[in-house]
Design a binder for this molecule. Sequence first.
Ligand SMILES: [Zn+2]
Length: 361
Amino acid sequence: MQQLAEHGIHVVDSGFVRPRLDAIHLIEEGGRVAIVDTGVNDSVPRVLDALAGLGLGPDNVDWIVLTHVHLDHAGGAGELMRRMPAARLLVHPRGARHMIDPARLVAGTIEVYGAETAQRMYGDIPPVSAQRVVEAPDGTAVELNGRRLEVLDTPGHSSHHLCLFDTRARVVFTGDTFGLSYRELDAGDRQFVVPTTTPIQFDPQALHGSIDRIVALQARAACLTHYGPVFDLERLAGDLHRQIDALVVLAKTCACRFEGAAADMQGDGPGSLRRCLRDGVRDLILAEGRRQGWAGSEDDWLRIFDLDIRLNGDGLAAWLVRTERLGGQPAADSRSDAGRSTASMPTKTFGEPATSCSENR
Ligand SMILES: [Zn+2]
């Protein structure tokens, strides 16, 4: 962490749900600031405190950058924009309209979490004036007091996800594209990552490609929203690729077991597709923890990953339904990176008759 403070990069705990779950990153260059991801409305005072700790205030903020518009990243943006009159909001072209008119975003969040929980977690989401929103397609570069920040389009976790590469520090801000990495489970200095497949736009093939683009930057660190800087990016990327492939196999196996992803999509009781997926995700998390020698007990791991296990399972269900509806090209077998083994991947896409299912049993 100290290494990055030298480069003007600071981690602020948004306080969302629990400590060290949801990070807000500040990039400071000569008294001007970019904020990468915003936490939620309740995080706003923490951002102001962090700025004050740097001897700065709301007027010093030039950019608020959203890696994507899921509300654990973007929920505080409207309120921060209201308080930071010089700031512009940098957001993926597919996310921009949701910040200008959050109605659909809120509806989507209610679909995932339920109305009561959504309101309790995120509160009201104020709109951002369109004049202050800058759409950032791939290759966009902005200046922070002369420090060049470059945008990469990184679909896979969501279709409106970008990563921000700080060319001066050689640090990349990866939102959820480079997975989840909870500091309390690190085995000493050894960090780990676990992919996130949150509903509703998980796309494994795109995610593999985005991870490869992040590695190709040869950054000194990736700053994850969940949580903070990780190093040794090549090793961690390999772990992500392997786990994404395992999640795809899991999803197809569960789909085959129920002979179609439409089976009991609503419920999560025994025998439902959702239960199969969540249980499978839980088992993969436990296997990864043992493989990496995570700190704490397996009960700790399950408690820390509780929400992720549910969301990852549900995101896989959403992916199965979506790809079946589209006629199905979900397999990771056609991705371009020949250097990575795809031998364990079924070559047939989900939605084909029972022969492809039998390969998974
Ligand atoms: Zn997130």
